[in-house]
Design a protein around this ligand. Structure first.
Ligand SMILES: Nc1ncnc2c1ncn2[C@@H]1O[C@H](COP(=O)(O)OP(=O)(O)OP(=O)(O)O)[C@@H](O)[C@H]1O
Ligand SMILES: [Mg+2]
Length: 218
């Protein structure tokens, strides 16, 4: 569904991505982890055509939707109006399905998005992306700034969507969560993929465990 091949992206003379290759298959749930400034959002923005690559290719199939870093909701608009903005076509603007999937949004539907808690806003951002009826969901920082209980709830929701056939590329600071949710993962450091493979294998590697899971080496 996503095929990124030998991708290089620069900001002026600074190289943010250097020969990155990454794939997400049909109904696959894949994690991309890495420290601040590694190039994760650059990869997302290139995937969605916001940035132009210096070289390499990005191929996608099916419909992609994005939960962007920082949520980017329209603060003065109601939850319901924010959800409608995610609709693929004007005729698809029925938000009912999202309230079924994320029932905690139902009592908030008339509230301005700017007056919600961080966790509630992240639910709206997720709901807005689901309004597009995506085949692939790309989430740039799902858990950032959220309480563990909210994160667990979002994760459970994502698992359900995934069980229903949705492919996911999950970008996460919380490596433990990402490796737990996804079957496969990539580690990006300073613009390069430094490790990749089944999540269990990565979690078992001393380098990844030390750098990302907070475990002592040896
Ligand atoms: N608009 C920009 N202009 C110049 N440099 C940029 C720009 N956006 C990002 N960078 C640089 O590119 C590199 C990758 O940034 P990016 O935002 O992709 O990292 P990230 O992995 O998403 O980090 P974070 O985990 O903090 O979100 C960083 O060194 C960053 O400073
Ligand atoms: Mg980022």
């Amino acid at each position: 569904m996503i095929k990124i091949d030998d991708l290089t992206v620069r900001y002026g003379v600074a190289t943010a991505l250097d020969g990155v290759t990454l794939t997400v298959g049909t109904s696959e749930m894949v994690a991309l982890i890495g420290p601040n400034g590694a190039g994760k959002s650059t990869l997302v923005n290139t995937l969605f055509g916001i940035l132009r690559p210096a070289s390499g290719t990005v191929t996608t199939s099916g419909r992609l939707a994005l939960v962007p870093e920082g949520r980017h909701l329209f603060a003065p608009l109601s939850v319901d109006d924010n959800l409608r903005l995610g609709a693929w076509r004007n005729s698809d603007r029925d938000t009912g399905l999202v309230y079924e999937l994320l029932p905690e949004l139902t009592p908030l539907r008339k509230r301005p998005a700017g007056r919600l808690s961080g966790g509630q806003q992240q639910m709206v951002a997720l709901g807005r992306a689901l309004m597009a009826g995506p085949d692939v969901l790309v989430i740039d920082e799902m858990s950032l700034g959220l309480a563990p209980l909210v994160v667990e709830h979002l994760a459970a929701n994502l698992r359900e969507r995934h069980a229903g056939g949705l492919a996911v590329l999950l970008i996460e600071q919380n490596a433990r969560l990402a490796l737990d949710l996804c079957t496969r993962a990539y580690v990006l450091e300073a613009g390069r993929i430094v490790a990749e493979g089944p999540s269990a294998e990565l979690a078992g590697s001393p380098e990844v465990a030390t750098a990302y899971l907070g475990l002592e080496e040896g």
